[in-house]
Write a protein that binds this ligand. Structure first.
Ligand code: ZN
Length: 254
């Protein structure tokens, strides 16, 4: 049976002299492994179509407990990402993140939305009009929301008391609880961050605006710092993997 699906190459590894394994984040099947034969009877399009960041229409056949790649029609290679080491590192982190969280062989609306978000994020990194840290925060917070960890930002997550919208207010975000808590519900033992009204407003925007419009706003340095701190900790709380690319980004930015 031949399967045709749009997909992004999120991981590649060479096995032996002739074959290459790639991990595809597909529109219809979630995350799958595919073997890409490198033998001479296949032309070079398979070699270029199986590089990291390639987005295209993949034609596959089921092969043992994996898939065998027949053909790729490349839609976008995102080659501009390779022009700048820092941009490339952020883009590699995005791939490492989705390769970790995408569900194996599971399509569906959430899978499609996560793929759209990933592609929009890569486009935004190519355009390079926003601070890279902001792009990462937008991606992480929205990805976590799609994955079922939408933070509660309207009412106290513990007692359901609505939280008044007031630009003078400071809000308390508790990672373990998954959202804001009111002053009488602050847990003693759990880690929390204070965030300003503007940061809260930005988080609401990131979690609810249509994905196509996600990368069309700027924030000041104070908001970016607060946002970064919340996204970092919230993301690490839900996704326990330690990402090699993040360590590298830290090294080059310090
Ligand atoms: Zn409360």
């Amino acid at each position: 049976m031949i399967i045709k699906t749009k997909a992004l190459v999120v991981k590649e590894s060479i096995v032996g002299e002739s074959d290459k394994y790639i991990t595809l984040f597909t529109k219809d099947l979630g995350k799958i492994q595919a073997i890409a034969p490198k033998s001479k009877k296949y032309d070079n399009s398979l070699a270029s179509g199986t590089q990291l960041f390639v987005y295209g229409e993949f034609m596959l056949t089921a092969y043992k407990d994996t898939y065998r790649l027949m053909n790729v029609e490349i839609i976008n290679m995102f080659h501009e990402l390779r022009n700048d080491l820092t941009v490339l590192s952020y883009a590699s982190y995005i791939l490492e993140f989705v390769a970790e969280v995408a569900q194996v062989e599971q399509g569906g609306p959430d899978n499609e939305t996560l793929l759209s978000l990933t592609l929009m994020t890569l486009h935004s990194l190519v355009k390079n009009k926003h601070p890279l840290k902001l792009i990462r925060c937008i991606f992480e917070l929205r990805a976590l929301s799609i994955l079922g960890f939408m933070p509660e930002l309207k009412q106290c997550v513990e007692c359901s008391r609505p939280l008044r919208e007031d630009p003078e207010n400071t809000y308390i975000f508790v990672y373990e609880s998954g959202g804001l808590v009111c002053e009488s519900c602050i847990p003693y033992h759990q880690k929390h961050s204070d965030i300003s009204f503007s940061t809260l407003y930005t988080m609401k925007h990131i979690t609810h605006t249509p994905i196509k419009q996600l990368f069309s706003f700027q924030v000041n340095a104070t908001i970016l710092n607060e946002l970064e701190s919340v996204c970092n900790l919230y993301s690490r709380f839900h996704i326990e993997k330690s990402f090699k690319t993040l360590d590298f980004i830290k090294q080059i930015e310090d």
